[in-house]
Design a protein around this ligand. Structure first.
Ligand code: SF4
Length: 390
């Protein structure tokens, strides 16, 4: 996640809400990995996004992420033998054409209003960079060998304490014995140590949501970073760890509710202010926020489990067929390079070996060699009258 969905980009650009997923986002606020991270980073940022719902036009990097996510989603809608680099190249052009047809002004996100006539075509460069990300993807995984059950899956559930959770899974794979693997694509580079806490938070969030919905601990969560040549973070959760994480989400949600009760969503300055879309409204930077509008009213129906099932399997089902092996390309052939016009991804050699891991290791595993997979502890959550220790 990280990139706005195709629907939300269209909504930002075109106005009316017609997509059910966007409508779902407009229902009552719930904790998602992004919104929880917002609140931990800066409660006022959470308010601007989740309560005021101030628009944030996408930047070119986010728009590229949306495009690449949509191409990968469509790729997995096709029969496995058709999931080829050439197909992805065709989809890239098709999805972009659909986006621009729905919202022609999106071109302006990529093309600056003023540029020198002799400068390289920014749209062609941007489009080629999206193709390069897909090329990296094909170097990391052969989609023909993947059994994917769901793509761009909205997961909504409620913890026993009543905390509403909502998130979107890029892909859900079901393996032998019903083993679950959650895959999330990132079009940026893998985080350094300082960012791993956020990645781990996201993975635990999805694992807990699936445990809640399916009564089964997902065997594997994979964050697939397509930037900087490609890298994977893999996490294999256990139920005890997820139950402890549940307490953290409850504490964050309690802090959100307390902030709503008092109307005090305090600003918390940091490096993120540099790219905050609402800096002009932030009192920490001399701005004045709009009056607190109060908690958004419930729109639409109550959250429903998109899987349509009440968990029936007992918690803590023992994994029977863990994922963790890279599927071999059928026929042993490497996928062809994607797009003759796309520039080669820098350092685009695929990761060759997963880092040594154990199922009990709570830190994400990396498939590319390098840094240790542990990061600094998450920051305490600043709230009115105190801090939440993650
Ligand atoms: S500018 Fe910084 S402190 Fe202000 S709302 Fe944005 S992230 Fe928070």
């Amino acid at each position: 996640m990280g990139s706005p969905s195709l629907a939300s980009v269209n909504e930002q650009a075109a106005g009316p809400v017609t997509d059910p997923e966007v409508a779902a986002e407009r229902r009552r606020p719930a904790l998602s990995p992004s919104r929880a991270a917002d609140f931990k980073q800066c409660p006022l940022l959470y308010r601007f996004r989740a309560v005021d719902r101030l628009p944030e036009p996408p930047g070119s990097a986010a728009l590229r992420g949306t495009l690449v996510h949509a191409v990968l989603e469509r790729l997995f809608d096709l029969p496995a033998p058709e999931r080829l680099p050439g197909t992805a190249r065709v989809l890239l052009g098709r999805v972009w054409a659909e986006l621009v047809a729905a919202a022609p002004e999106l071109v302006e996100v990529v093309v600056p209003a003023q540029r020198a006539p002799e400068a390289p075509d920014p749209l062609a460069e941007w489009f080629a960079s999206a193709g390069a990300l897909l090329e990296v993807y094909f170097g990391m995984e052969d989609p023909r060998a993947v059994e994917s059950e769901e793509r761009e899956l909205l997961v909504e559930t409620e913890l026993a304490s009543g905390v509403p959770l909502r998130g979107y899974l890029d892909r859900l794979d079901v393996g032998a014995g019903g083993a679950l693997r959650i895959v999330d694509y990132k079009t940026g580079a893998a985080p350094r140590e300082s960012g791993e806490g956020r990645a781990l938070f996201q993975m635990k969030f999805y694992a807990l949501a699936l445990l809640q919905l399916r009564g089964r601990v997902p065997e594997e969560l994979r964050l697939v970073y397509l930037g900087a040549g490609g890298e994977e973070l893999t996490y294999r959760p256990d139920e005890g760890e997820l139950r402890r994480f549940e307490r953290i989400l409850e504490a964050i949600w309690a802090a959100v509710q307390e902030a709503d009760r008092t109307g005090e969503f305090l600003p918390s300055t940091g490096p993120g202010c540099g790219w905050c879309a609402h800096k002009a409204l932030c009192p920490a930077w001399g701005g004045t926020p709009p009056p607190y509008p109060g908690w958004p009213e419930l729109r639409g129906t109550a959250p429903t489990a998109p899987f349509g099932t009440t968990p029936t399997a007992p918690f803590g089902t023992t994994p029977t067929a863990p994922f963790g092996t890279t599927p071999a390309a059928p026929g042993g052939t490497a996928p062809a390079a994607l797009g003759a016009t796309a520039p080669a991804a820098p350092g685009s050699t695929a990761p060759t070996a997963p880092s040594g891991t154990t199922a009990d290791n709570p830190a994400p595993d990396r498939t590319a060699p390098g840094r240790a997979a542990s990061g600094p502890p998450p920051r305490p959550v600043p709230v009115a009258g105190g801090m939440i220790e993650p």
